[in-house]
Design a protein around this ligand. Structure first.
Ligand SMILES: [Zn+2]
Length: 129
């Protein structure tokens, strides 16, 4: 990858990283810590759902930060290999790198990996029978 593109990717990664760090974790409010409040049976499942959504969001954010950090390391240590798909060694299209500068796989390989990781298709669940 030429040094100018390299700089562009680095800038994008750093900007996205700042955004994520600026957002901060979503507060997860404890459900049962308020003894003065009667448990509203209609509201409880909703509050629980909101907790799940918040913790999923926090987890996704932490994962993306990790991917960005890894991408920055790769960009610094192996600038020649950056932007090549780790599975098929083909260059990842610039359009994709602009949207997801931390991408390690081309769209085709990513899709393949995701479909084999999709819930319900995991093979190891049945391996123990
Ligand atoms: Zn690929």
């Amino acid at each position: 990858m030429d040094p100018r593109t390299n700089d562009q990717i680095r800038t994008r990664l750093l900007r996205r990283r700042d955004e994520l760090l600026g957002e901060g974790d979503v507060d997860i409010e404890p459900l049962k810590d308020d003894p003065t409040k009667k448990i509203d049976e209609d509201a409880a499942p909703l509050a629980e759902m909101e907790q799940v959504i918040a913790s999923n969001r926090n987890r996704a954010r932490a994962q993306q930060l990790q991917q960005i950090d890894l991408a920055l390391v790769r960009l610094g240590e192996e600038p020649e290999d950056f932007g090549l798909c780790e599975s098929c060694d083909e260059p990842i299209p610039m359009r994709r790198l602009e949207l997801m500068p931390w991408a390690r796989l081309c769209a085709a390989c990513q899709q393949e990996q995701e479909s084999s990781d999709a819930p319900g298709t995991r093979k190891h669940l049945t391996d123990y029978r």
